[in-house]
Ligand binder design. Structure first.
Ligand code: COA
Length: 253
């Protein structure tokens, strides 16, 4: 159970299920409980015919700072990883309803790669996408190592996922990660409206169209597992531990 994921079925947008990250005091860093809550919501949406579109939102000026680094540290120190992250990634990749996201501000790690699974992403013009996996001695996740080069070509995928370069909203739109860049004040409304428009369409036709456009997904599930193996091994590495310790210790000296 967590209060940091809010699930909403707004009356103003029938058929839309909103999954909102709501841990602004920690920059919406995602804990195991939050992954679990999002997985439960995705699965509930899949099982419920009245849900016709799923919308991810974050907080003002912060979509997410990525995985909670304290959870990474706990695992690096010998704790268990749990199934929460991997279950979420599979639920995300296999979700049967159109996925829309609205992003404002920080979008780090999974806060960036989640949008590779979305069908329409709206970003505010102050959004920065960044995946510092390698700087943390980690590797890409969420099948981003497969989806990003397909979407944006090798060099931009490499810059984003391996070199850890930040992408502005405009660069992300040029790379195909974002559908539209809008003012911060309207990003949520635009994303909500897009989800509502999708939810109002004939669901079967939309579902078939989406499946055809997205293509075969078997390789994506396999890549999620392949990446997760490397990710878990790297989490235990001395270089990753040093990176997490540096984050924990920042500002103390
Ligand atoms: N995991 C856990 N806690 C996090 C976090 C994360 N990924 N990102 C931010 N937080 C926490 C901070 O520890 C801080 O908590 P505190 O107030 O108890 O000290 C709080 O959120 C605010 O963060 P802070 O660093 O003070 O804000 P900032 O505006 O100076 O910097 C970031 C924001 C996102 C740039 C910075 O927090 C950061 O680099 N976070 C790590 C991002 C990351 O590497 N994610 C993993 C990707 S795989």
């Amino acid at each position: 159970m967590t209060d940091h994921i809010l699930i909403e079925r707004p009356q103003s947008a029938p058929g839309v299920q909103v999954i909102r990250l709501d841990r602004a005091e920690k920059k919406n860093a995602i804990t195991r409980a939050m992954y679990q809550a999002m997985t439960d919501a995705l699965k509930a949406g899949d099982a419920d015919e009245s849900v016709r579109a799923t919308l991810f939102l974050g907080s003002e000026a912060c979509f997410s700072a990525g995985n909670d680094l304290n959870d990474f540290m706990a695992f690096a120190m010998g704790g268990t990883m749990g199934r929460e992250v991997i279950d979420f990634l599979h639920a995300l990749a296999s979700h049967g309803k159109p996925l829309v996201s609205g992003v404002d501000g920080l979008a780090i790690g999974i806060g960036t790669t989640i949008h590779l699974h979305c069908d329409l992403t709206y970003a505010s013009d102050r959004t920065q996408f960044r995946t510092p996996f390698v700087d943390l001695a980690l590797v890409p996740e969420a099948a981003s190592s497969l989806l990003a080069p397909r979407l944006m070509g090798h060099q931009r995928a490499f810059a984003l996922l391996a070199a850890g370069e930040a992408f502005s909203a405009a660069a992300a739109r040029d790379a195909g990660l974002v559908y539209a860049v809008v003012e911060p004040a309207v990003v949520e409304a635009e994303a909500r409206a897009a989800a509502a428009r999708l939810a109002a369409k004939p669901p079967k036709a939309l579902s078939i169209a989406r499946r055809l456009i997205r293509g075969d997904r078997a390789d994506i599930a396999a890549r999620i597992d392949e990446e997760a193996g490397h990710f878990a091994a790297q989490l235990k590495s001395p270089e990753a531990r040093a990176a997490f310790e540096a984050f924990m210790a920042r500002g103390r000296g």
